[in-house]
Write a protein that binds this ligand. Sequence first.
Ligand SMILES: NC(=O)C1=CN([C@@H]2O[C@H](COP(=O)(O)OP(=O)(O)OC[C@H]3O[C@@H](n4cnc5c(N)ncnc54)[C@H](OP(=O)(O)O)[C@@H]3O)[C@@H](O)[C@H]2O)C=CC1
Ligand SMILES: CC(C)(CO)C(=O)C(=O)O
Length: 339
Amino acid sequence: MAEPVLIWGAGAIGGILGAYWARAGVPVQMVDIVADHAQACSTDGLSIEGPVETFTQTVPCVTPDQLEGRYGRIVLAVKAQATEAALAQLMPHLAEDGFVLSAQNGLNERVIAHAVGAGRTMGAFVNYGADWIGPGRILFGNRGAVVVGEIDGSPRPRTTEMFDLLQIFEPDAVLTDDIWAYLWGKLGYGAMLFATALTHDSMTVNFADPARGPALIGLAREVMRTAVAEGVTPRPFNGFEPSAFLPGSEDAAARQCLADLALFNSTTAKTHTGIYRDLAVRKRKTEVDPQVGAVAQIAAGHGIDTPLLRRLVDLIHDIEDGRREMSQETFHELTRVLG
Ligand SMILES: NC(=O)C1=CN([C@@H]2O[C@H](COP(=O)(O)OP(=O)(O)OC[C@H]3O[C@@H](n4cnc5c(N)ncnc54)[C@H](OP(=O)(O)O)[C@@H]3O)[C@@H](O)[C@H]2O)C=CC1
Ligand SMILES: CC(C)(CO)C(=O)C(=O)O
């Protein structure tokens, strides 16, 4: 029997990968800090629910203190603010010649490379929609882009092996020589997703509202300008067209992109972002600092001002800390930045 793929963080993203791989006969071991979820996955099974597919699959899952052994392939799928703590726990379990693949939003690959070495870090971009509903239950809301690549751009046999595994889950998965192009694309889309979570409205209602367009477009433009300064040319996926937000692009192209994003998100059973879910349902901190805040910081290093991103970070903090309600009025605090 081949060595199991270790999935660190068995929530929405990691749990779905684990269930699909285990169902296909790929040996999988999952790790999660939520003990009753780990117990449910290992015993009654992990139920994948929603419109894409419904099935229940037993997947071995333990809490970090229970894990034994070393693994060559570790998929990290915790929220970005948990990355450093998870790395400290997983490093004793990473084989000398093994690697950590980030299945997360943001630039976690940088943090992972710093901890385990660039040669032991692999990147991935995931845009499928999922929610952890409760112990042993995950909603698979919609299929979305899945891309894998080495952070130095040069595919190796291990990259092809992970690509093959990801195709078991998502037949349209892509093997790329430019993972940063997708990660920065998602940061642009992600900044807009954070803005949608300033209201109680669905992603689609937000993207389709002409009054919210200028702020949404302005956010994506700030991120794309920063990406260009970083030497990255972001790539399109699932309705997000980075060129529509690059310096010199027409407003009409940006508005068309918002319409495409409204359409893409109109059929998902996950109507609201994970950010919204953290704020409104789980009542916990979001990934705003390691995503939006990080881009604003990188931009500042290039001498680029990002007033919308900076205001967005403050507004999300206000909601996290109970100083502000989610509402259209809160959203339009962004519009006010545009003057
Ligand atoms: N959900 C989605 O649709 C999408 C998510 N993403 C990205 O994927 C990443 C994962 O998100 P998602 O799956 O939604 O998050 P979830 O919160 O659903 O899953 C993460 C799981 O990891 C657990 N965890 C936290 N810290 C540790 C640790 N140190 N060791 C082991 N487990 C830990 C969490 O527990 P606890 O809840 O107690 O913290 C939780 O059960 C994020 O970066 C997100 O932005 C990207 C695309 C879509
Ligand atoms: C909305 C989604 C699933 C991207 O489509 C996402 O990344 C999130 O929930 O933050």
